[in-house]
Design a protein around this ligand. Structure first.
Ligand SMILES: Cc1cc2nc3c(=O)[nH]c(=O)nc-3n(C[C@H](O)[C@H](O)[C@H](O)COP(=O)(O)O)c2cc1C
Ligand code: SF4
Ligand code: SF4
Length: 293
């Protein structure tokens, strides 16, 4: 599918012919012609910006603009490995939020970070839906829970289970069946006014993208993970929500209510707000399961 990507522009007088841009370009767009970089296959450009980012003489413009300077000249990573590891380890799924609303300006900063996540072929195809109104979040919770009531009512009898295994597979049905005792407890909690779906978060964020693109799941998940890390650094907390993703993709009513276009799927979602708890300890995880060959 053709995308509206403008190839870079080489300012010939600034080019020293070092060929670095050609070395990093994933799409064979540039070649050395008479000791200067030249755009030869502009329509193959995916707009990734590698050429301009690597150019030592600022000879490349993207969309007519010069590239922003890296504050450390790109010579070393912005933070050392131990700090990155601590950031990744201290992030927790937050399930207790204060009632404090999150200002739109802060939400914009959070979503802005998603733009720097990698996307297949640099498609940048991630769309966000942000719910900040209590009424809207309440409605979304209601229609999502209705979907699960429907699903779990099927799991309780064998004709329903048979139908579900044909639609979703035996393993999914076994998983849902194992969940039944928890669903009863969950229902009780909801009846007591405890939001066990979004945890009373003041914000719910979803991503969606075109489903024909095999990178969409990765693109949306990683972009939202980027956002969750930024949120964490701003003092916010997030909890990813697989229940919501499933409901959107399996209940046309939920998808329609969210106005997600035909041909798109929801790939990630999270509740977001100011955390009520802080975690003074770090958790352990299993060692990586690796096959070294
Ligand atoms: C794809 C995905 C879906 C998730 N869905 C939910 C959810 O619906 N509800 C919930 O409370 N947590 C959900 N979580 C959070 C996980 O339970 C959590 O990441 C895991 O237990 C590890 O805890 P940590 O995130 O604090 O490290 C989800 C996480 C992922 C990655
Ligand atoms: S990286 Fe810059 S200076 Fe080097 S060849 Fe490309 S445009 Fe010219
Ligand atoms: S933007 Fe990316 S694809 Fe386009 S010419 Fe530069 S390096 Fe190549």
């Amino acid at each position: 599918m053709r995308r509206n990507v403008h190839p870079p522009e080489v300012m010939v007088e600034q080019c020293i012919g070092c060929q670095r841009c050609m070395l990093v370009c994933p799409s064979f767009v540039l070649e050395l012609v008479e000791e200067k970089a030249k755009v030869l296959r502009g329509d193959w450009c995916i707009g990734c910006g590698h050429c301009g980012a690597v150019c030592p003489t600022d000879a490349i413009l993207q969309d007519g603009m010069a590239f922003e300077k890296h504050p450390k000249e790109g010579k070393e990573p912005a933070i050392p490995p131990d700090l990155l590891e601590l950031l990744l380890r201290e992030r927790r799924s937050i399930r207790n939020f204060t009632t404090e609303p999150v200002p739109k300006e802060i939400l914009k900063q959070v979503l802005d970070t998603g733009r720097y996540a990698p996307t297949g072929s640099n498609s940048q195809n991630v769309h966000y839906i942000v719910l900040t109104s209590e009424d809207q979040i309440n409605t979304l919770r209601e229609i999502t829970l209705k979907f699960y009531e429907k699903i779990f009512s099927k799991v309780t009898h064998w004709p329903g289970r048979l139908l579900l295994s044909l639609l979703a597979g035996r393993k999914t049905v076994e998983y849902l069946r194992d969940m039944l005792p928890r669903v009863d407890y969950f229902r009780e909690q909801i009846q007591q006014g405890k939001d066990r779906l979004f945890y009373h978060a003041p914000v719910v964020v979803l991503t969606h993208a075109e489903s024909w693109d095999s990178s969409s799941a990765f693109n949306c998940s990683v972009a939202l993970y980027h956002c969750s890390l930024k949120a964490h650094t701003l003092g916010l907390g997030c909890c990813f929500n697989g229940f919501l993703v499933n409901a959107v993709n399996h209940d046309p009513g939920v998808k329609h209510w969210l106005n997600i276009p035909k041909g798109h799927r929801c790939y990630s979602a999270m509740a977001l707000g100011y955390p009520r708890v802080k975690y003074p300890n770090l958790v352990q995880r299993r060692p990586p399961r690796v096959t070294w060959r």
